[in-house]
Write a protein that binds this ligand. Structure first.
Ligand code: AMP
Ligand code: MN
Ligand code: MN
Ligand code: MN
Length: 279
């Protein structure tokens, strides 16, 4: 395997909480020299066809993709779906249900933040996310920064939006079993996203990945935006332990976040099988 064409299978557009439209994102991916991409917005398929059309016109390949929020016994994880039929009814229905839960949560986060003194935040966030958008915590974080409530994006999460803070709201996401089943019904591959980002102990992380494997999950993200060599090794060890194939993705959201730019990715250890070889 070794050297492969530049690949990036995890990124966001304005269809969810990214800062670039699907077309502008594809332009950035092309400029970065990536030849195979996937647009993986949170709980929505809204940007996929525009990204695929623009990628085809630009001479690169764009797989259908999504990043689904999923519940398991002890919290929430993200499952990326790749290369599925975006019209498949189980998937389409499931995604609609997730998006409705996301929009209801936005209402509740907005109400909580307004009670905490952030006047007008909900209306501004819904406007920024767009009528067909997928409003998320990142939209609220940007608004809190823009209005001087916090000084930076990360503090918006640590002071307002993470669990235990005044703007936090739990969501009844679908279970990991359900989201993997939707992806498979649509002929896609299910990828356990950014394993080291959940703040789980190694025991809890192994438990949730075992659950993912039991659901029939296919792959794990071994290289993520900003991964250091030891992060890649830890994730690679999980891929080997659970016999999962490997994915790579920047998780790009914003050109200002230089550590997660498109195509800016560490190298996959060469003993691991890349998820994209059979796609
Ligand atoms: P949501 O799916 O709406 O709950 O939001 C999850 C998104 O918020 C992630 O995909 C990131 O874009 C962002 N996010 C979550 N936690 C943090 C954090 N601690 N710092 C910065 N961004 C975060
Ligand atoms: Mn995000
Ligand atoms: Mn994620
Ligand atoms: Mn993501």
């Amino acid at each position: 395997m070794g050297a492969h064409k530049p690949v990036d299978l995890h990124m966001h557009s304005t269809a969810s909480d990214g800062q670039l439209t699907p077309e502008a994102l594809v332009d950035r991916v092309v400029a970065a020299g990536v030849e195979l991409m996937a647009l993986t917005d949170h709980d929505t398929l809204e940007g996929v066809s525009a990204a695929q059309a623009h990628a085809a016109a630009s001479g690169i390949r764009c797989l259908s993709g999504i990043e689904l929020s999923a519940r398991w016994a002890r919290g929430v994880v993200h499952i990326v779906g790749l290369n599925f039929d975006a019209q498949q009814p189980d998937l389409v229905t499931g995604v609609a249900q997730q998006l409705a839960a996301r929009r209801q949560r936005a209402q509740r986060i907005g109400e909580r933040l307004e009670r905490a003194g952030c006047e007008g935040v909900l209306a501004r966030v819904l406007d920024a996310a767009g009528a067909n958008g997928a409003p998320g915590r990142a939209h609220f974080a940007r608004d809190l920064v823009a209005n001087g409530v916090v000084t930076d994006f990360r503090s918006a999460f640590s002071k307002y939006l993470k669990r235990g803070r005044p703007g936090y709201c739990a969501v009844e996401w679908a279970t990991m079993e359900e989201v993997v089943a939707w992806i498979h019904a649509a002929g896609g591959k299910a990828v356990f996203a950014h394993p080291l980002r959940y703040g789980l102990s190694s025991g809890a992380l192994r438990a949730v990945i075992q659950r993912f494997v039991d659901c029939g999950g296919d792959a794990i993200e071994v290289v993520s935006g900003g991964s250091h060599r030891n992060d890649i090794e830890s994730a690679a060890a999980l891929a080997r332990r659970f016999n999962l194939v490997a994915s790579v993705g920047s998780d790009f959201h914003d050109p200002a976040f230089q550590w997660s730019d498109v195509g800016r990715l560490g190298t996959l250890p060469k003993d691991l099988a890349p998820v994209w070889v059979h796609l």
